[in-house]
Design a protein around this ligand. Structure first.
Ligand code: NDP
Length: 386
């Protein structure tokens, strides 16, 4: 019997289950690169479209785990030495956590988790786990690649348009009873003809480029590895061998790299000074990719015309985090990858990985981040240990 410790975000303050706005979610048959969607052998413990990402939703895992004699502990109490997470970690075999409400598996915590064999991310982005420490302790780290990549790509497109067209302040004028056209449009532009660039063109980055192509923008990217010539030609992409070269010519910059030591703080004062004055920056990747205070200063000085994203450091962000109140921003709590549609996919993927783990079957390589003492699968392609 194994102990599975699952850390999820709290239930809605309005109660669980929520009153759903719709009766179903579309069924996605395959991902854009042909990768199959999660395919667990056991029945799902939920109906797609239901809220499973919060504590009472339990990712729908209880029926499967209890049927097989495993113990499931679910909590949102994750921070501080006396948290439920810390108390149960000491004898947990499996930890499941979500990037939206990350249970930070630091090297110190990993050292105390003597039985831990699997750290599973319900979603994408396993930077809340100290990957080096996990590798050293023989812990497998896995996530559900692609499960919410399109969810995030859609969110990025929404934020690009919101910032460039000045949607959020204009909406506020309407809510407040105003009709201030001049105020609404004094910072409102068309996206058409602008230069848009993404730093990292992985699953999300490419999906964003594809979605923006019909807007007749000029598309740029920087990635560690260059994309296939056919993809560059299809999307009319300009490749840059450094982020600096790209940000100099872009009106809108999207940040989409995973967070690991080499990318932490990559958008700092120096990098921001290379941006075109009045550029917009979107970040749905990770908050710690940016220097928090440099972003605030760039918005205050007008070097950035806008910043939007849903990722912060740490999470949840403290109430006095300056990104909550900085000017010209469209921040939300970390939500883009946890739509009800995305939850159905990453919960099914979590079940698939658990089945593989308990039945001794290999986990799909595309789900692996760390395995066998080193980066593996997608982890070996997209992350670094330094
Ligand atoms: P992928 O693994 O598909 O893509 C990551 C890309 O980053 C790869 O193309 C990789 O390039 C590139 N990359 C890595 N390091 C660098 C670097 N130093 N400079 C430039 N490019 C680099 O991941 P996804 O696109 O699915 O997700 C990306 C990130 O988005 C996740 O790691 C996560 O942090 C975040 N995310 C956020 C969500 C949210 O809810 N806000 C949900 C899902 C993900 P190469 O192939 O050349 O190594």
């Amino acid at each position: 019997m194994a102990k599975v410790l699952c850390v999820l975000y709290p239930d809605p303050v309005t109660g669980y289950p929520p009153k759903y706005a719709r009766d179903d979610v579309p069924k996605i048959e395959a991902y854009p690169n042909g990768q199959t969607v999660p395919s667990p052998q056991s029945p799902l413990g939920f109906k797609p479209g239901e809220m499973v990402g919060c504590v009472s939703g339990e990712l729908g895992l209880r029926p499967y785990l209890e049927q097989h004699g495993h113990e499931l502990v679910v909590t949102s109490d994750k921070d501080g030495a006396d948290s439920m997470f810390d108390r149960h970690l000491v004898d947990a075999d499996v930890v499941i956590s979500q990037p939206f409400w990350p249970a930070y598996l630091t090297a110190e915590r990993i050292a105390r988790a003597k039985k831990l064999k699997l750290a599973l991310t319900a979603g994408i982005g396993s930077d809340h786990v100290d990957l080096k420490a996990a590798a050293e302790h023989g812990i497998t780290v896995a996530e559900e690649t692609y499960s919410n990549s399109i969810s995030v790509a859609e969110h990025v497109v929404m934020m690009v348009l919101s910032l460039v067209r000045n949607y959020l302040p204009a909406h506020q004028y309407a809510v407040n009873g105003g009709w201030n056209i001049a105020d609404c449009v004094s910072r409102s532009y068309d996206l058409e003809g602008m230069h848009f660039g993404t730093i990292a063109a992985g699953r999300i980055g490419i999906a964003v480029l594809r979605r923006l192509k019909p807007f007749d923008v000029k598309l740029h990217y920087h990635n560690r590895h260059r994309l296939a010539p056919e993809v560059e030609a299809e999307l009319g992409l300009t490749y840059h061998d450094s982020p600096q070269s790209m940000v100099k010519v872009c009106d809108v910059v999207n940040l989409q790299t995973p967070l690991y030591p080499a990318t932490q703080g990559m958008i700092d004062e120096k990098m921001l000074s290379q941006f075109k004055r009045g550029a917009y920056l979107i970040n749905t990747a990770r908050g710690a990719l940016c220097d928090r205070d440099a972003i605030v200063r760039a918005l205050q000085s007008g070097q950035l015309a806008g910043y939007a994203g849903d990722v912060w450091a740490p999470q949840p962000a403290p109430v006095d985090h300056p990104w909550r109140t900085m000017p010209r921003q469209g921040m939300t709590p970390h939500m883009s990858g946890s739509s009800l549609s995305a939850q159905a996919r990453y919960a099914a993927g979590t079940l698939e990985i658990l089945e593989c783990f308990f039945e001794g079957r290999p986990i799909r390589p595309e789900y692996l981040i760390v395995d066998g003492g080193n980066l593996a699968g997608t982890g070996a392609k997209s992350y670094g240990l330094s």
